[in-house]
Design a protein around this ligand. Sequence first.
Ligand code: AMP
Ligand code: GLY
Length: 424
Amino acid sequence: MNILVIGSGGREHTFCWKLSQSTHCKNLFAAPGNAGTAKIATNLDIAVTDFEKIKTAVLQNQIDLVIVGPEAPLVAGIHDYFLQDERLKNIPVIGPQKAAANLEGSKEFAKEFMSRHQIPTARYASFTKQTIEAGCRFLETMYPPYVLKADGLAAGKGVLIIQDLKEAQSALREMLVEKKFGAASAKVVVEEFLSGIELSCFVLTDGTSGLILPMAKDYKRIGEGDTGLNTGGMGAISPVPFADEIFTKKIHDRIVAPTLQGLKKDQLPYKGFIFIGLINVNGDPYVIEYNVRMGDPETEAVLPRITNDWGVLMMATAQGTLHEHQIAIDPRAATTIMAVSGGYPEAYEKGKIINGLAAVEDAVVFHAGTRLEGNQVVSDGGRVLAVTALGDNMDLALKKAYQEIEKISFDKMYYRKDLGKDLL
Ligand code: AMP
Ligand code: GLY
């Protein structure tokens, strides 16, 4: 079949890499893709939310299956767009419809879903401009630090964690009245702070049954020792050493199963990935957030550990036959290190020539933000490359990934050198 992957990051390059090994993949396309996908797929110069152009490309290239990488097109309703179009409605889309994509698109919707289905999460209340005084009083009933979340999508920046009560109250005003995060903060979720170590759980569901993919942990802060600004993710490891059998069973019983049942009960059709951001509070898992897609860079560490034919799993998801499949996992550990542009996540330069890619032997390099200038690969984003290595244990995988990333260079390249150290 002909497959289109929507997106341009490391996650989408990894999807393409995995699909290019599938016996069911004839022609592979990426929109818009990057210099990495260009090697194994045909890049189509189309923005991820330009549904009209996507439609034209799907028809022109006789696409049989569409896999959506990022959240923006899902929250904007790309799946619904396909279902409502006479010529597209029979072409399966991997990624939920708009109603369920709200699990990521609205924090309040996600919290209401969790309380309706008794899924463990932080205590919360949500407020608007009209209820701001109640919000300030609610904060007085909580203990510091205070967690304030813009309801809508805010490019990963909409969460504030504040120590001081007065500061939290004025931040609430800024968000609601001054629209600190634009329309995304017209509503704010205030919630209890949970203390623990975070991990990511991924479920592939066809709307009826679900397969749990290998868990992963990502490294969100720019600086070593988890310091400095938040980023999209500076690296990932899989499996997660502390997610043992008992903890994994708790995740399944208390979170994954009720999430899948909740989607059915609420009549929210869902074919795609559910990314459950979890926190381990003294051995008990709580949900921090839902995302309606795979994680990035977690995908770069998770997919290389899955030995199934990815095309088969995607088709089974589309056809509702996932119950006939099991996830086959390579027992080795995978570690992914992200090479970023100097200055990221603040201002950075693009267009830097990337050297050394051909010298990498014992790792896979997934492109995150690159493009081709003639035959030359140059940087084209904050996160530039994700280098993934496999090893018999996390330590060995990390050694290999660090050894291989050293062969790559571009002006002002930066990566964290402390991945995995928090878990030893
Ligand atoms: P979110 O966008 O909801 O994933 O929040 C971004 C980050 O803020 C999370 O990855 C956590 O590190 C942190 N965070 C969010 N909610 C909480 C909470 N209730 N308690 C502690 N940390 C949180
Ligand atoms: N790595 C976190 C995310 O994809 O949201």
